[in-house]
Design a protein around this ligand. Structure first.
Ligand code: GLN
Length: 540
């Protein structure tokens, strides 16, 4: 069978959940026994979102091979349970970078280099790239942005050309739109969808299926109307009604026959009915929790829902695994101080201090760590959160009053967190952090080793600073345990305090590897510890 290509475009509005629709169809095809991956093509000029502020673009998701990518890749991995890679996220910046580098090398042999064909050819080459590996039966490509945006035009043109070049049965186009409900008129409105599809068709792309985001069910009459004016078959207009959880969407799409439409259009023969047993079990546990806990997520980007997406999702997965509803209370680190920390974190069964960069909100993070450590509240620090746990311990337990990370206080006399050696000569910001998966050796008998039940694990990184080994002995004699280190460099990966009910900090980001079907072990243990803490509070 040839590799099949499915393109997902969006219209009417952004944030309709193209990534979730793409991931849901991919999940259904995977559950039918096919080898599937998803890639995202983003029309912005940044080479990758690594240099973007989370306020601009939400979380930066890191892949196993160290790519800094769009957060939709997180959804792809969580739904499919398979790794994505550098090749799965392409931006306009990457495309132009390749074309301009080739031009400088003289590869275009004196030709004028133009958007068509040179930029579109490079887009097409990348769209087909993963298909050439032979590892996949179906490749879904999500085009970022909305149809009609000036910057997405070359991508839409590339889709048009591929729709023309590929055999009819190897290519499918899905367009996601919004059907707004006008409360005053008590009516669903199809006009924006008609316009959006017209715009797509003006570019020469013919959608095979139209997926309509809607708050209210679409009647068959309305579906017919959309089909007629958008030039697709009536059965090819499907609704994506607001779901109680993003993880419910694959089941909703199956009910709407999206996967069936895909296998028919793509003439895929050797498939089974979707096998979603484990997924449904997860959903069932998620929907019927037996208990609940409150967890504080302390960070400086909390105003933006998507800034800590993978952490939020990892808590959902771990909650479901423990039949527990996890109420995440986001706490703005800038608003926390020594004087109000007890009140801000009142009633919390666990405290998670988030990753981050720069000085803003640091005193709040340190105050939150201190509160957790002194009051015996389960604590989990990730990356900057782990580094602040080290700083807090240095200041309060070791008595190094000005201990700090040199990221915030370059002149400190106790640089307990310091720039990694390899970073000292780095001046370029994009793509130069310590990125991607590295091994971590666990010390037998520690909390980390009990949690993982393994001796070596691999987790993903995104940082420039590290624990300063010169202080190791001092920390150890005061009761901090370094339970995980990199086997090649000795770099500290996990810290813990064994006298505390649950206190762990990781230099890596375990949230990137959590999925509904395989919750990440530390998140799972953290939620368990929060449940215990909650029960104890109730008993006393
Ligand atoms: N700013 C810190 C560093 O670069 C932590 C990074 C993070 O939390 N991802 O080391």
């Amino acid at each position: 069978m040839n590799t099949k290509y499915v393109f997902v475009t969006g219209g009417v509005a952004s944030s309709l959940g193209k990534g979730i629709i793409a991931a849901s169809l991919a999940k259904l095809l995977q559950a039918r026994g096919l080898r599937v991956t998803i890639q995202k093509f983003d029309p912005y000029i940044n080479i990758d979102p690594g240099t973007l502020n989370p306020y601009e673009h939400g979380e930066c998701y890191v892949t196993e091979d160290g790519a800094e990518t769009d957060l939709d890749l997180g959804h792809y991995e969580r739904f499919l349970g398979v790794h994505t890679s550098k090749a799965n996220n392409v931006t306009t910046g990457k495309i132009y970078h390749t074309v301009i580098t080739k031009e400088r090398e003289g590869a275009y042999l004196g030709k004028t280099v133009q958007i068509v064909p040179h930029i579109t050819d490079e887009i097409k080459r990348r769209m087909l790239l993963l298909g050439r590996t032979g590892d996949y039966d179906v490749i879904l490509t999500e085009i970022g942005g909305t149809v009609g945006d000036m910057e997405s035009q070359p991508f839409i043109e590339a889709v048009r050309q591929l729709q023309w070049e590929l055999p009819e049965e190897d290519c499918m186009s899905i367009h996601l739109t919004l059907i707004p409900y006008l409360r005053a008129a008590k009516e669903l409105k199809t006009k924006p969808t008609q316009h959006s599809v017209q715009m797509l068709q003006q570019s020469g792309v013919k959608p095979d299926v139209i997926v309509c985001r809607t708050e209210q069910p679409l009647t068959s009459e309305l579906r017919r109307k959309i089909a007629l004016f958008c030039n697709v078959k009536p059965g090819h207009v499907i609704q994506s009604i607001d779901a109680w959880s993003i993880y419910q969407v694959p089941l909703n799409m199956h009910e709407e026959h999206l996967d069936e439409l895909a296998v028919r259009k793509l003439q895929i023969e050797n498939f089974t009915q979707p096998e979603l047993g484990r997924w449904k079990e997860f959903l069932d546990r998620l929907q019927h929790p037996k208990r609940e806990v409150n967890i504080a997520l302390v960070g400086k980007y909390v105003e933006l829902q998507d800034a800590y997406k993978s952490i939020q999702e990892a808590l959902v997965h771990a909650g479901a695994a423990n039949e527990c509803k996890v109420n995440v209370k986001t706490v703005h680190s800038e608003q926390v101080g020594e004087d109000n920390v007890t009140q801000m974190l009142e009633g919390m069964d666990g405290i998670l201090v988030a990753p981050g960069f720069g000085e803003r909100g640091i005193p709040g993070k340190i105050a939150a760590v201190r509160h957790a450590r002194e009051k015996g509240v389960p604590f989990f620090g990730i990356c900057l959160g782990m580094q602040m746990a080290v700083v807090e311990f240095a200041r309060d337990v070791l008595g190094y009053a000005d201990a700090a990370s040199t990221e915030m206080q370059p002149g400190t006399t106790h640089p307990v967190i310091d720039l990694m050696e390899e970073q000292k000569t780095t001046t370029i910001k994009g793509g130069t952090m310590r990125l991607g998966a590295y091994a971590c050796q666990l010390v037998p008998g520690t909390l980390a080793s009990r949690i993982y039940g393994q001796t070596v694990v691999r987790e993903r990184h995104r940082h420039r600073y590290e624990f300063n080994d010169a202080y190791r002995a001092a920390f150890e004699s005061a009761g901090m345990v370094f339970s995980g280190t990199n086997p090649d460099t000795g770099l500290v990966e996990i810290v813990e305090i064994p006298t505390h009910p649950f206190f762990i900090g990781t230099q890596f980001h375990p949230e990137f590897k959590s999925t509904p079907e395989h919750p990440q072990p530390i998140f799972d243990a953290f939620v368990k510890a929060a449940i215990d803490s909650n029960l104890q509070k109730k008993q006393s």
